[in-house]
Design a binder for this molecule. Structure first.
Ligand code: GLY
Length: 412
């Protein structure tokens, strides 16, 4: 049976889109060679629009704030749908600190950005920071407490999404999408006036072939009507959502003039196991430590995530010894007790970055082709609002006006 929707990519964004689409009554197939094993598995899961704010990215900050606001309900519904899963959503806030006097400049800059954007964060002196987090090094000079910057465990969230998608009747298919099927204009139901919503039109392109094109009729290519996979098979669908992180644009390569500029930005990150009793961090700590940027994200189950490097290194996902050393030195300078934590994992992920650091969301100029990608540092944070916007785009054929800054076609 042809599904209403094919989602290419089973990371937190693609699965959120699929889950929400299933909830809206659509039939959905999700395609991914290794579901949940991409950037979502590496991400720390900070829901941090305030401490990630940049002066030049005010619309992105607003999008992040709105998505953070949606996270608690999203998590609650997802936990229910996944049979009572615990997503590890923690709402204690985030403390951004400066380690020494030179590092204060970065903290003051952030405080200036927050003032400019009208965002709340409480300024704390070094002593107040240590009162809040006694494990902080005595040298810590000052901090900003962002109570609304939370965290969720992305591995738990992806696990819950996989369960919820299956329980809602979605199909998960292992495979790599390498092309798009396009019906020839006028030869199928796709592209005709849309029936009453919310269901997008089903398509049944004739003659779809493994090279990603329907070939029976000459003439201009029509709406996208499915995807072709690397193994030579095809999956037809009423619409396609590209949500494959740094591989986002691969299936769209066959379409002239469609520009979805996503590049990989590597992040190396560490996971430390449950620490000795009495050594738990009560909230997320972010810092510059003698110029080195680091964050420590403590999970309720005892894990602490320490991240992350930011490197333009192409598709290289190796973990450099120097990156591990830099992250650990910064983390231990900041919280000396970290030296006693067992180091259990060092991984690297590829953030899907766009030229303006903002995501690509919603319909493209090609009928039937939608995008949910380019989330760069904020995929976990932006998953709920991205899913809602993609659904709105599927139902209305366009992105809501307030999300125009994130339109998938803005670079085309
Ligand atoms: N959002 C944190 C990071 O990308 O490292």
């Amino acid at each position: 049976v042809t599904p209403d929707l094919v989602v290419v990519g089973a990371g937190i964004v693609g699965l959120s889109v699929a889950w929400r689409a299933l909830g809206a009554g659509l039939t959905v197939t999700v395609i991914d060679p290794a579901p949940g094993q991409g950037a979502s598995r590496v991400a720390a899961g900070m829901l941090a629009p305030v401490t990630e704010a940049r002066a030049a990215e005010a619309p992105l900050t607003r999008l992040g704030l709105e998505s953070a606001r949606r996270w608690p309900a999203f998590a609650e519904q997802l936990a229910d749908d996944a049979g009572g899963a615990d997503l590890g959503l923690r709402r204690e806030g985030t403390l951004q600190v400066a380690f020494d006097d030179d590092d204060r400049r970065a903290l003051d800059e952030l405080a200036g950005v927050l003032d400019l954007l009208g965002l709340d964060a409480e300024r704390l002196g070094g002593r107040d920071c240590r009162k809040l987090v006694p494990l902080l090094a005595p040298r810590v000079r000052a901090g900003l407490l962002a109570r609304g910057d939370w965290q969720v465990d992305p591995r738990r969230a992806v696990g819950a999404l996989l369960v919820a998608v299956e329980r809602r009747g979605g199909t998960l298919r292992a495979g790599r999408a390498v092309g798009l099927l396009q019906a020839r204009a006028g030869r199928s139901r796709v592209g005709q006036p849309r029936p009453p919503q919310p269901r997008p039109p089903r398509s049944r392109p004739a003659g779809a072939q493994a090279d990603g094109r329907a070939t029976l009729e000459p003439g201009p290519a029509g709406p996208v009507a499915g995807v072709s996979l690397a193994d030579g098979t095809t999956v037809e669908a009423g619409a396609v959502v590209l949500a494959a992180g740094t591989a986002l644009a691969e299936p769209a390569g066959s379409i002239d003039g469609l520009h979805l500029p996503v590049r990989p930005v590597k992040g190396e990150i560490l996971r430390l196991a449950a620490k000795p009793a009495g050594c738990a961090l009560p909230l997320t700590i972010r810092a510059t430590v003698q110029g080195r940027v680091v964050y420590l994200v403590p999970r309720a189950d005892g894990e602490t995530v320490v991240g992350a490097t930011v490197e333009e290194a192409g598709f290289d996902r190796s973990v450099r010894a120097g990156a591990v050393s830099d992250l650990l030195r910064a983390a231990i300078d900041l919280v000396p007790a970290v030296a006693e934590y067992p180091l259990v994992e060092a991984t690297a992920g590829l953030r899907p970055a766009t030229p303006d650091n903002a995501p690509l969301i919603g319909p493209t100029a090609v009928a039937g082709l939608h995008v949910a990608g380019g989330h760069y540092r904020n995929g976990v944070l932006l998953a709920p609002i991205t899913a809602d916007l993609v659904l709105a785009g599927l139902e209305q054929g366009r992105l809501p006006a307030e999300a125009a800054a994130f339109s998938a076609g803005r670079f085309t």
